[in-house]
Design a protein around this ligand. Sequence first.
Ligand code: GTP
Ligand code: MG
Length: 556
Amino acid sequence: LRPTHRLLSCSGTVAADVKREEQSSRNVETGSEDRTPKKKFSEVQKERREQAQRTVLIHCPNKISEKKFLKYLSQHGPINSHFFYESFGLYAVVEFSQKESVTSLQNVTRTPSMETEAAIPFKSRFFNLKMKNPSSQTSEQSCIQSSNHSPPSNKKLSELLCYAESMDDQLNTLLKEFQLTEEDIKLRYLTCSLIEDLAAAYFQDCTVRPFGSSVNSFGKLGCDLDMFLDLDEIGKLNTNKTSGNFLMEFQVKNVPSERIATQKILSVIGECLDHFGPGCVGVQKILNARCPLVRFSHQASGFQCDLTTNNRIALKSSELLYIYGTLDSRVRALVFSIRCWARAHSLTSSIPGSWITNFSLTMMVIFFLQRRSPPILPTLDYLKTLADAEDKCIIEGHNCTFIHDLNRIKPSGNTETLESLLKEFFEYFGNFAFNKNSINIRQGREQNKPESSPLHIQNPFETSLNISKNVNQSQLQKFVDLARESAWILSQEDKDRPSPSSNQPWGLATLLQPSVLSSVSLAKKKRKKPASERIKNLLESIKSSSPENDTHTNGK
Ligand code: GTP
Ligand code: MG
């Protein structure tokens, strides 16, 4: 149900962010990271949230004059930025400079009168723009120029990768094509903000925050929108400021457990979205899951949304991943390529099941980068040692403390190329002792598996949990086989690489073709023992010479 977003036109502060993006990347000549100050996760969230509160979503007639549209809206105050996109109709996202402009616009907006149906009045920031006299306006319309803004097709990606100059260039190209755009990020924060308005009808002062891949720096165009209904701020204001001998508390309803409270809250919010939420369709209440949630489609933005509450640890995981993704520009390029590789070979799926999730894959890449020599990423324990009093955070008895200021984390001295890291990743996990070892990003080294699940990746905060408990042996074996075959293909290609201008798939493009790896498997099967022995020997020799077998503790 995910419609293609077609971005039509935009203006505003995009350039500044694009510049920041470029500045934070690796200097090609020196191989070192640029030292532009990086924003804290909480700063980004605060800024984006505040921006979303000044923003409105407008369903527009298909043919509209952009100039007249902006002039009309400017009556309510100056506009900071705007863009149009198509998703079952034409939509505009308009960010005003001041929040008051939104109220002013709401004050001149009416509830539609229907002939056969009845409208439930709701004063939201999601509007429908109508032409007063459509026929008189048609002649002077200037249509909005359309530019496609969805992820590239497999064909287009393959072409882009074929023409890349190096494998590093290929990985960076894939990242550039798939990463969330400025407009997509704005739309995600706006959607959360619109849902917050609805939830506020029940819980005044609540906050709806995006988490997961929408904010953790690993979001791919089209990924779902994970939302967290945060009720912690309610009633927290002024608690320390009260003076005198008394303490006031709100009268509240008590329920037997936190889980039941969560289920009750999500149940009413689910009903509310279903009955009164403009643009919210297909609402499903999944309240018996380990982490209860309400799933729905936000039709106007095209996002598949998962709303949870009492899920603060997931927000912390998002912040941790944001830090890892922002520390070194190679991290995101590698994660995006490996996620794409996994998707191309059906190792991951949008349907829940016994396969590896994107979240687990990201943890595996982080762990691998912690195991390089010298390490590219620090361990979570090290990030904890850098924390100061402000960073201290205990959630439900779990210590979630780590440093928040990225600028205080020393950059890695490791200068390996993305090409080499991709190969080493496949070799590393093609030979990993999954039967006895657990992956642990807190300590940055293998641990003995505490239980018998085929794949064990320790939850970094709830350390007794395994985030990949769902993965069965056959899915793990498929991952290992594909990793080995990919390592083998890359080692063969070294010897015989087609020139980039030959239009032949090579490097990453070859790895993303499902047929190539299955033909390797077929060839292996046909040649039976000798070929598999050859691959095994090759991998063994690579393994014995690879530095990640050394035990190192990140120099802490
Ligand atoms: P995509 O949606 O696949 O792009 O990635 P995602 O990171 O958003 O994953 P998902 O939507 O499945 O989950 C959202 C967030 O919930 C993740 O980023 C994690 O913070 C958290 N999460 C997901 N799966 C698990 C899990 O198995 N255990 C724990 N502790 N947290 C999880
Ligand atoms: Mg997600």
